[in-house]
Design a protein around this ligand. Structure first.
Ligand code: GTP
Ligand code: SPV
Ligand code: MN
Length: 580
């Protein structure tokens, strides 16, 4: 491998601090992956699954206190506090390095330090970016193999010797008391210590491709978003590409590989979690998926809800914190209607219902995207795909209709900024609590969120035909607590309406919050949804919205004068439309 001198120097400094007994440069080869798996089987980091029914599949059990992202321990360390803004945790860089330095110093003593050069984005794409991370976790290396492009390809995409995001990761002692995930956007640097969990430890993903990349994107005029990318094909074979933001564990993986119940319609998967988007020379918004694999939520993934995912995880997959059946197959709640007998839970104990779910609610699978049956043939196209629609979705039991469309780009940015959602097991916090999560980026925006809204507004003015912006909510419930909309594959019916809107044929009614599907505009043929129930799912209630807008004004106060005028104006106009 040809390594730049800047990279060499940085790695020896990292080794000087962490003191590993051995340094191994990773080349991303299959031999390397197989060797890592073998070593992890030998030391118990991985357990083999049934190699007949799940070839090359393994189970990893994490430390029981290291099962999700820890947002309270995640910091944006800009020189000025205002750079990180009021919605991020902040510590000054010097102080952050002093505290984390104490945890990282000699943390790799007696361990191997793996050096991982990785590329985010398709090979040959002008959008692709390089990272160089060191870690003392073989599980992280194997996962990075599946989630990013590792090896020489990274160095081939560097535009200068120092053109990489540097990342130090160490498991430390895995104690949440000695865990910190630090971002230094001004130095293109990430430090992460004390966790082996995906979003905390696979630095290419949330730390690089969202927090640091969003900072770079603002400076360079593009967008780094928590979004899936899909192509929706109609019966004539025309494909319309959409990008959709939804908070963690709220439906991106599922929508990205939805199986259509409508004849002739199909969904092609381009990405399931992160989108890098830019305005091309003709004023068209385009998107690439910076990732190479999926780190997807296991619970409720079944042949009924997500047949593409269940078939793609039947080989070459690393499962984390799922349950184990008596025949060494992975299992999680929702995979089959009833749990099989003889289950071992995610912590390795014989499963007892009294101990809670058999699989951790945030148990996950890690697998290459190319194993997905619906992967788009052009998913690695260096120039990306043209985006015609942007979707903002969240998880709300009430208030927010199943789907509606913004009046224009600026109004759509307002709708994205106004998002709130119920929390999930993807973070270590109470589940089901409503919190504000503008554009599903509250945990991932690497700079002041007021400036982020401004950046979205400014991007709109560079677009020749701005994509339509839609707001969705698959999670609205009736008075008895049942979902009003069946979700999963049936969501393609909603995507069809969006495609029709983009083409100018979809019928809609104007409401104070935007265009809501007209009666009969969403095809509910052949499913157990009555027009009355669909009406309930689409209802927009003035009183509820006025209260939501009050909460939003309260939230927005923290941004002070930095909040862009169009956001404040949209809020005021919406309130007036409701007569408030
Ligand atoms: P991250 O990987 O954390 O960013 O999450 P994600 O947005 O990709 O979420 P994912 O698609 O994995 O869905 C998470 C949970 O939401 C799973 O338990 C799903 O079964 C559930 N879910 C997804 N889509 C739907 C839907 O249309 N309706 C309902 N009711 N639940 C859904
Ligand atoms: C999320 O939490 O949004 C995820 C999982 O996609 S993680 O990679 O851990 O961030
Ligand atoms: Mn995510």
């Amino acid at each position: 491998m040809t390594v730049t001198s800047v990279a060499q120097k940085w790695v020896s400094e990292a080794a000087g601090m962490t003191q590993p007994s051995r340094v191994v440069w990773c080349d991303g080869s299959k031999t390397e992956y197989d060797g890592l798996i073998e070593a992890m089987l030998a030391d118990g980091t991985l357990l083999p699954l049934n190699q007949k029914t799940y070839p090359n599949c393994y189970l990893h059990r994490s430390h029981p206190s290291d099962v999700a992202r820890t947002e309270q321990l995640t910091f944006i360390c800009t020189r000025e506090k205002d750079g990180a803004g009021p919605t991020n945790n902040w510590i000054a860089p010097v102080e952050a390095k002093a505290t984390a330095g104490a945890l990282l110093r000699a943390s790799m003593r007696g361990r191997t330090m793996y050096v991982i050069p990785y590329l985010m984005g398709p090979a040959g794409s002008p959008m692709s970016r390089v990272g160089l991370m060191v870690t003392d976790s073989a599980y992280v290396v194997a996962s990075m193999h599946l989630m990013t492009r590792v090896g020489q390809v990274a160095f081939q995409h560097m535009r200068r010797d120092d053109d990489f995001i540097a990342g130090i990761h160490s498991l430390g002692d895995l104690s949440p008391d000695r865990r910190l995930i630090l971002h230094f956007p001004e130095e293109q640097l990430i430090w992460s210590v004390g966790s082996g969990y995906g979003g905390n430890a696979l630095l290419g993903k949330k730390c690089h491709a969202l927090r640091i990349a969003s900072w770079q994107a603002r400076q360079e005029g593009w967008l780094a978003e928590h979004m899936l990318i899909i192509g929706v094909e109609d019966p004539e074979g025309r494909v319309t590409y959409l990008a959709a933001a939804m908070p963690s564990a709220s439906g991106k993986t599922n929508l990205s590989m939805a199986v259509s119940p409508l004849p002739g319609w199909r969904v092609w998967t381009v990405g399931d979690d992160i989108a890098w988007m830019w305005v091309d020379a003709s004023g068209q918004l385009r998107a690439v998926n910076p990732g190479r694999g999926f780190f997807g939520v296991a619970p409720n993934t079944s042949p009924k809800t997500n047949p593409n995912a269940t078939s793609m995880v039947r080989s070459n997959t690393i499962f984390t914190n799922v349950a184990l059946t008596g025949s060494d197959e992975p299992w999680w709640e929702g995979l089959s209607p009833a749990p099989p007998g003889g289950l071992t839970d995610w912590q390795g104990r014989p499963w007892k219902p009294a101990n809670g779910p058999a699989a951790h609610p945030n148990s996950r699978f890690t697998v290459l995207a190319q194993q997905c049956p619906s992967i788009a043939p052009n998913w690695e196209e260096p120039q990306g795909v043209p985006i015609s629609g942007v979707i903002f979705g969240s998880r709300r039991t009430g208030v927010v209709p199943l789907v509606f469309e913004a009046f224009d780009w600026s109004h759509g940015v307002f709708l994205g900024s106004a998002m709130s959602t119920e929390t999930t097991a993807a973070i270590t916090a109470k589940v089901g609590v409503v919190r504000r999560d503008p554009m599903a980026m509250i945990p991932f925006c690497g700079y002041n969120m007021a400036d982020y809204f401004g950046h979205w507004l400014a991007t709109g003015s560079r677009l020749k035909t701005p994509p339509r912006i839609f707001r969705i909510n698959w999670f609205r419930r009736d008075a008895e607590g049942r979902f009003l909309w069946p979700g999963y594959g049936e969501n393609v019916r909603v995507l069809k309406w969006m495609v029709e809107r983009i083409r100018g044929t979809g019928r809609a009614e104007e409401t104070p919050i935007g265009w809501v599907p007209a009666s009969g505009a969403i095809d509910i043929g052949g499913i157990d949804v009555t027009p009355t129930r669909l009406g309930e799912a689409l209802r927009c209630h003035g009183g509820e919205w006025l209260q939501t807008l009050d909460e939003l004004s309260e939230f927005n106060k923290q941004f002070g004068d930095r909040l862009p005028r169009p956001i404040t104006e949209s809020l005021a106009v919406t309130r007036r439309r409701f007569g408030g």
